[in-house]
Ligand binder design. Sequence first.
Ligand code: ADP
Ligand code: ASP
Ligand code: MG
Length: 436
Amino acid sequence: MIVMKFGGSSVGSPERIREVARIIGSRLERKPIVVVSAVGGVTDMLISAAQKAASEGKADTAELRKKHEDIITELGLDRAIISELDSLDELLSGIAQLGELSPRIMDKVQSFGERCSSKILAACLEKQGIGSRAFDAYDAGMITDDNFGNAEPLPEVFEKLGALSESPVVPVVTGFIGKDREGRITTLGRGGSDYTAAIIGAAVDAEEIQIWTDVNGIMTADPKVVPEAKSIPRVTFDEASELAYFGAKVLHPKTIRPAVRKGIPVRVLSTFEPEKKGTVISIESEKDSNPLKAIASKKRITLINVVSTRMLLAHGFLARIFQVFEEHHKPVDMVSTSEVSVSLTVDNDEHVDEIAEKLKHFAKVKVMREKAIICAVGQGLSEAVGLCGRVFTAVGSEGVNVHMISLGASEINLSFIVDDKDADKAVKSLHKELLE
Ligand code: ADP
Ligand code: ASP
Ligand code: MG
């Protein structure tokens, strides 16, 4: 049994959907369970439709409808399969009337993308003679907490979703969405369909979790930034986690966890070049003369410097700082300390002003927005003599200023902070120096 997840660009047009159906059809002997994202661009459209309804009082689904109906017509399918878009109309009208948009309602709006795409793909499979059934993930057992916008599946999902393995036809399950215990729709965070696939893979003990996307596997850098980037045949779970966490969008950062738990290999493949092998993510690493595997970057990071002379030898100071972040449920990505200062980075600037205000009670605080993390990943980086020198010479020669450095204890991640505007330049120069 395998899980095959298809991302938005892989189901972005009638031709792509036909191709996806063909790819699934050629792998029936491996008993696929399919997980699907919204049609490419649809989640963004839903978000802006909801925002427009709340801010301008206009509920408009015409463009969304047309996008789906064009696909359905071209594929020769029955329009009734997306009749639930009628309830999207009602929902948006409600938002327009109230002029308000809560995270809970936003999740409900976003859910329509996957709810439509799953039905379209299942109908297309049926039309090609492949028995199939569309499932809304929550009906198959995807129960989550109520952290709308970034919900976490509850432990019992692994047992519940296991029943998918008994389906006599190919199940096509919505990625990205679930329901909380009260039956309210939740989402797992942007890009979360990868995570859905990994959870289902772990639940059914799949032999492989396949993430089908628009690039041939995990590459040495984002090919949109570095056209010379090459596909990497094999990476470890740890390397893939670091890359995903530090911005390699090809994989949602949480995807790795359920796979590691069950030791299930994850393979990243391209629907545009389905015959290629892509990247396998597994426990074993590959011996390679170059310890460096890939470079990732994460933009719109906020850097916070906390300075206090009282910190000198004071125990408990770091704990007090982290306590403030904890109170705001704000994860810290990178940390670097000196005798009198602590530098930390966080993902975006949400709650940053409140956090800074609290920190100011016991330290001097400087908040710097518009920064980016650049992260080089590979096994044994800390033992690679001269690597740091090469890294900083390469970015320095491009005139890029480095604000903070961390060679993590994991030994597979060398990361540093630059100005957001310099991020692509830094990635390109590092790739050229170390990977070309
Ligand atoms: P999907 O819609 O299939 O989920 P995504 O857009 O989420 O696809 O992820 C695929 C994109 O990730 C690629 O088009 C590529 O631009 C980007 N990407 C960023 N870093 C990497 C990397 N290291 N290797 C491959 N792709 C990457
Ligand atoms: N459709 C969702 C998004 O665009 C989830 C996904 O594609 O993985 O974020
Ligand atoms: Mg994705």
